[in-house]
Write a protein that binds this ligand. Structure first.
Ligand SMILES: *[C@@H]1O[C@H](CO)[C@@H](O)[C@H](O)[C@H]1NC(C)=O
Ligand SMILES: *[C@@H]1O[C@H](CO)[C@@H](O)[C@H](O)[C@H]1NC(C)=O
Length: 568
């Protein structure tokens, strides 16, 4: 009896010393669903939601300083990329954050799993009714009118005051699905032109990129060497999403026609995550995946290339594997030295804190020494796909300062491809590495397009490469495609070949590229593109001009000059 009372007394004391999680404060909200979505009604109370929590990281500002120190030519630490453990020390949440978030979960009978190497992301499933209660949310069914796709989201949610400063965000909540997730960023469909361009009967491939873009014309245009890379440790990763499969037989046909000088065994290797696969039947060959593998393996001669196929068992909710692939690579002891991704979406569908969290994942991989390149998008100033808009739509992740965004050009006196997305982020401020280049552009621009874009935002693309009339093989048929999807693997291949030479010379790979690209030496090693524009939103968009511009960035690669610029 006595002991029971004593127990009770101490129990009461413990409870009152512990957080109660009763007072909630609004954490994120948006006024309306993004354009194109309508609310249909309340979500069923018993529907299970797969939620993720992002905990506040220990020291992202410290990691950002380290990233710039190892990525800025001339810095004492240039090239001294961080180890997995060094990155994780910056990223892992503090023990206070882990403890308070665990107490909150335990108080609500929730068991969570860690889904990132540094422990900053947790995942769990709870019914809508419970999510509405503990986060003071209003989970509802939203439908995307054009595609009919439905998803459960809330326009607002709150977190207990005790978690403020410990919890970055709850996801998926106010971030909406990318309605066009099923469309790769390829603007013109593959045409079956096998008869006109019979691979087996063709005598020679054109050496000029004037009407048709092939590996040999790109080698000519950009001075890309045909000699084989020598460093097996310096790898090139190609992201694969949305059941886009890369076909090896198509690659072999492509190489036989375009690169007969390469060993006949030349191919890519495969990594999978989230239940990903890479089936090889001709009918399952994906335009995007074939383009991305043919314009890496076919240009980065001899560089070990890995196709990373992300399946549909996402751990990152409606990010469709975008976070998972980075966490997967962060978990490796030797991530690829270059990663190219030809997928993206409009920035306005993502919440600012989620975009920041993803961007910080790129910061981590960059600090490890990976060059991260993304296609800038194919809708000109109207975003990832052309569409109607009043204000210009920046794309994600091109607005993130810790990656390299690649726009597109066309022709042999290169001019901007008119679909090449470019502009200014509404989430991320202009990073210092580009502030001089961007402010020159803005001064020259004057008041054109005033009010349609955010002058203080991170500007993109950073660079560009050919993106029209690009010949590929899909399902045994030859055709041409267009899009910034072509440009990112081409530019990534140039970087991979530079890395091969650097590693062979006992130096570090380039890692996060932008401080180098915007340096005087980097800029001078690119072909400035000064004509063309990227119309959209019922405007002429931006116009390419001397120096950096939001259509073609700093320009296209000149391999010989880049070799000198990186000190070889
Ligand atoms: C391609 O050329 C070969 C040899 O000339 C011929 O047999 C074949 O029918 C041609 N294929 C097409 C699709 O034209
Ligand atoms: C403009 O960009 C800055 C980041 O540089 C951001 O803080 C601000 O909210 C943006 N403005 C709008 C209206 O989106």
């Amino acid at each position: 009896m006595l002991s029971k009372l004593a127990f009770l007394a101490s129990f009461v004391a413990a409870v009152s010393a512990n957080p109660v999680f009763r007072s909630l404060v609004v954490h994120e909200q948006r006024e309306n669903a993004p354009d194109g979505f309508v609310m249909i009604g309340a979500a069923p109370a018993n529907k299970m939601l797969n939620l993720r929590l992002a905990l506040v990281n220990s020291d992202m500002a410290g990691l950002e300083n380290s990233l710039y120190a190892v990525s800025t030519p001339g810095s004492a630490l240039y090239g001294q990329h961080l180890t997995k453990e060094e990155v994780e020390a910056f990223v892992k949440p503090s023990s206070d954050s882990v403890s308070i978030v665990n107490q909150f979960l335990a108080a609500n009978d929730i068991q969570a799993n860690t889904i990132s190497p540094a422990g900053d992301w947790l995942a769990f499933s709870i019914p809508v009714s419970k999510a509405n209660e503990i986060f003071d949310a209003d989970f509802s069914v939203f439908q995307h009118v054009q595609t009919g796709r439905q998803s459960v989201r809330t326009l607002t949610y709150s977190i207990p005051t005790e978690l403020v400063g410990h919890l970055n965000l709850v996801h998926p909540t106010i971030t909406f699905e990318n309605p066009f997730a099923n469309l790769p960023v390829v603007s013109s469909p593959l045409k079956a032109v096998a008869a006109a361009q019979n691979l087996t009967s063709r005598q020679s491939t054109p050496s000029s990129c004037k009407t048709l873009v092939t590996p040999s014309c790109l080698q000519d245009l950009y001075g890309i060497p045909t000699t084989l890379a020598t460093q097996s440790s310096s790898t090139l990763g190609v992201s694969g999403f949305i059941d886009q499969f890369a076909n090896k037989a198509d690659l072999t046909s492509f190489l036989r026609a375009q690169r007969p000088d390469l060993p006949s065994s030349t191919t890519f290797t495969l990594q999978t995550l989230d239940g990903g696969s890479n089936p090889q039947s001709a009918s399952e060959a994906g335009v995007e995946a074939n383009l991305d593998t043919q314009y890496t393996v076919g240009i980065a001669s001899g560089v070990p290339t890995v196709f990373i196929s992300v399946g549909d068992d996402f751990h990152d909710g409606n990010l469709e594997g975008f976070l998972d692939i980075i966490n997967f690579l962060l978990g490796e002891s030797d991530p690829p030295h270059v990663l190219t991704t030809s997928y993206g979406q409009n920035e306005n569908t993502i919440s600012r804190s989620l975009a920041t969290q993803l961007c910080n994942a790129y910061m981590q991989l960059g600090a490890r020494g990976t060059s991260i390149l993304f296609a800038s998008g194919d809708g000109g100033v109207s975003g990832s796909q052309s569409g109607s808009c009043s204000a210009f739509l920046p794309t994600f992740p091109s607005g993130c300062p810790f990656m390299t965004s690649v726009g597109a050009t066309t022709g042999v006196t290169e001019t901007a491809a008119d679909f090449s997305s470019g502009g200014f982020s509404n989430f991320f401020a202009t990073p210092s590495y580009q502030s001089a280049a961007v402010s020159s552009f803005l001064s020259a621009l004057g008041s054109t397009n005033s009010g349609r874009f955010n002058r203080s935002g991170r500007a993109f693309p950073d660079v560009s490469a050919q993106g029209e009339n690009v010949e590929i093989v899909v399902g045994g048929e030859t055709g041409t495609v267009a899009g910034t999807s072509c440009a990112s693997p081409i530019f990534a291949s140039v970087i991979a070949l530079l890395n091969d030479r650097l590693v062979a010379a006992g130096k570090s790979p380039l890692g996060f590229l932008n401080p180098f690209l915007y340096s005087a030496a980097g800029t001078a090693a690119l072909n400035d593109v000064t004509s063309g524009s990227n119309p959209g939103c019922n405007t002429n968009g931006f116009t390419a001009r001397a120096g950096w511009d939001p259509v073609t960035g700093l320009g296209t690669p000149n391999f010989a000059k880049l070799l000198t610029a990186v000190g070889l």
